[in-house]
Unconditional design. Structure first.
Lengths: 419, 151
């Protein structure tokens, strides 16, 4: 790859940041989702609810928590929102089956949720399909609700973990969930024996990888609040993950064997080196991601298998399906190769014009998205000019806001000959 | 009353605008690599390279200035691509000559009292920027009059 100048990297960064912004969910989608899941939380905690004594709360996990949600390629497809239904303790005799069933039963008591609820329940979640009730563009989503149990004092723990840099023991943030495929699903009443999951520990880890300075940590603590705030500005790592996920979607569309988001997010976050711009961060992440795929001997398979470690639970392998589905492993490496090729392609477009770059973007991220990105780019340059902030570098003619000759506003109008 | 109000300012000079020499001198100050094709009395013709952004192509631009005839700007050295859905270049006086249309004469955005180097040249760069963005779909984001409005 040709090495780019600092100014070229800066320009690329601006375009990639716009790409991330275009891929992101909109403020109204975000707010509609928050409103919906908060309503579910209120319903489950109403006084008549069997769950009320355990103060049920709905919290986001996964990409909604991480701020790495992206729009679907097909605007008619649903957006997935992963949620945790968190109970503080439970009745002593409730098994996993009971907890799962009671959450479901409470949802069924609500006229609308009853219609939205996917029957039967999933392995660990209940799913509410919001689009069933609405033709509203903003309500094309479904929510996976994961019933879980935490201990008393958990809320404080979370607050501490997300507010301070010093918090080390992410394992303390683990929650207990129900799992239909376990032998003790109908019998085990001790919830500390249930399956452990650590979505908030993962979130803490991800934000630690993503944050650029101490001051940003406070901002991130807002993400776990019951009513998180929509952020149009994101950290470079969040943008990098969004761009990578979109590239994956373009390449595999509906293929079930595509690289899964948790693998992409984890490897990108491990490879990310706190670069302050999206472009350099993306290049380095793509270059180094694969080196975080380890290998371990698996007694179950009798051979060495690929291992993508969950950073908050070393015993969990995010690539655990690869041995049974070798095409997933193959697809991951195919995707990795294509990413490298596409970055080389973008690089080679430097000097052939923004139109050519847009065409390359269309191939990698989709035409509609790329058109929006470059339209925004053009519009923002026009706003800069119209507000009198535009400058031109001497000797080259390069436009920007930093140094150079101030550029007066003008209109591409001409006289009658030009019309 | 302020006496200075009655003192004649050197407006006469300004009205006549900058001479060709003064314009050229100011251009060369910011663009030392400009090639001067012709400079004679009240007119000149120059060639310069312009790149609108760090990721853009480099273009060759010819600027003809005549104190009485005004300023004309051309992209030279290549035939500019036209968007698939369009039949001619956007915002040009002449498609075949690739002569650019950069400002509104009726709004007096440019006249002889204004320096080419801080108006016409950056506006050319600006034109090139929107031209590059125009190529994929034939949409002009730079403002000005709408060439594609359907009547």
């Amino acid at each position: 790859m040709n090495s780019l100048t600092e100014a070229q990297k800066k320009e690329f960064n601006e375009i990639l940041d716009l790409l991330g912004e275009t891929l992101d969910i909109t403020k109204s989608q975000f707010e509609a989702a928050v409103k919906s899941y908060n309503a579910v939380g209120s319903w489950l905690s109403r006084p008549e609810s069997l769950l009320a004594p355990y103060k049920p709360e709905i919290l986001t996990q996964g990409s909604f928590l991480l701020g790495t949600m992206i729009q679907n390629i097909n605007p008619n497809d649903d957006i997935d929102i992963d949620l945790v239904c968190q109970l503080i303790g439970k009745r002593a005799d409730w098994t996993q089956y009971d907890v799962k069933k009671i959450v479901g039963d409470e949802l069924k008591k609500h006229g609308i949720y009853n219609k939205l609820l996917d029957i039967p329940d999933g392995r660990r979640c209940w799913t509410l399909e919001y689009r069933k009730a609405s033709n509203d563009e903003k309500e094309k989503y479904h929510m996976d609700i994961l019933p879980s149990i935490v201990s008393h004092g958990y809320e404080l723990l979370i607050e501490k973990a997300y507010s301070f840099n010093g918090f080390q023991d992410v394992d303390e943030l683990a929650i207990r969930i129900t799992d239909k495929q376990r032998d003790d699903y109908f019998s085990e009443v001790m919830h500390d024996q249930w399956l452990k999951s650590n979505p908030f520990g993962y979130g803490k880890w991800f934000f630690d990888q993503a944050k650029l300075s101490f001051s940003k940590a406070i901002l991130l603590s807002e993400s776990v609040k019951p009513v998180p705030e929509f952020k149009s500005k994101k950290l470079p790592l969040q943008r990098i993950v969004q761009i990578l996920k979109r590239h994956r979607d373009m390449m595999f569309s509906g293929d079930d064997n595509k690289p899964i988001s948790i693998i992409i997010t984890t490897l990108a976050a491990k490879a990310y080196n706190k670069e302050s711009d999206v472009f350099t961060g993306l290049i380095n992440a793509v270059r180094n991601m694969s080196s975080y795929i380890g290998e371990r001997y698996s007694p179950e398979h009798g051979r060495i298998i690929k291992w993508i470690e969950n950073p908050v639970n070393p015993e969990e392998n995010f690539a655990d399906k690869w041995p049974e589905h070798p095409e997933r492993e193959k697809n991951y490496y195919k995707w990795q190769y294509q990413l490298e090729q596409d970055l080389i392609e973008f690089n080679s477009r430097v000097g052939s014009g923004l139109g050519e770059l847009q065409k390359s973007f269309s191939n990698s991220f989709g035409q509609t998205v790329s058109e929006k990105v470059f339209e925004q780019y053009g519009n923002s340059m026009r706003h800069i000019r119209e507000s009198g902030r535009l400058r031109m570098e001497r000797g080259t003619g390069i436009l920007g806001v930093s140094a150079g000759l101030p550029v007066k506003n003008h209109n591409f109008e001409g006289n009658h000959e030009c019309k | 009353m302020n006496a200075s109000k009655f003192i004649k300012k050197p407006r006469q000079y300004k009205k006549r605008g900058f001479s060709a020499g003064a314009q050229l001198k100011m251009i060369l100050k910011s663009f030392p690599n400009v090639k001067v094709l012709r400079y004679k009395g009240s007119s000149f013709s120059i060639i310069t390279e312009l790149t609108p952004t760090t990721l853009s192509k480099e273009y060759q631009i010819k600027i003809d200035f005549d104190k009485y005839d005004g300023v004309k700007v051309y992209v030279i050295g290549e035939v500019l691509k036209v968007a698939k859905n369009r039949s001619k270049l956007p915002h040009v006086y002449s498609h075949s000559e690739q002569r650019l249309c950069l400002y509104s004469p009726s709004k007096e955005e440019w006249n002889r009292e204004k320096l080419i180097v801080s108006t016409i040249i950056p506006w050319t760069s600006d034109w090139l920027f929107y031209y590059e963005l125009w190529i994929p779909n034939g949409v002009w984001f730079g403002g000005g009059h709408d060439e594609y409005r359907e009547n």
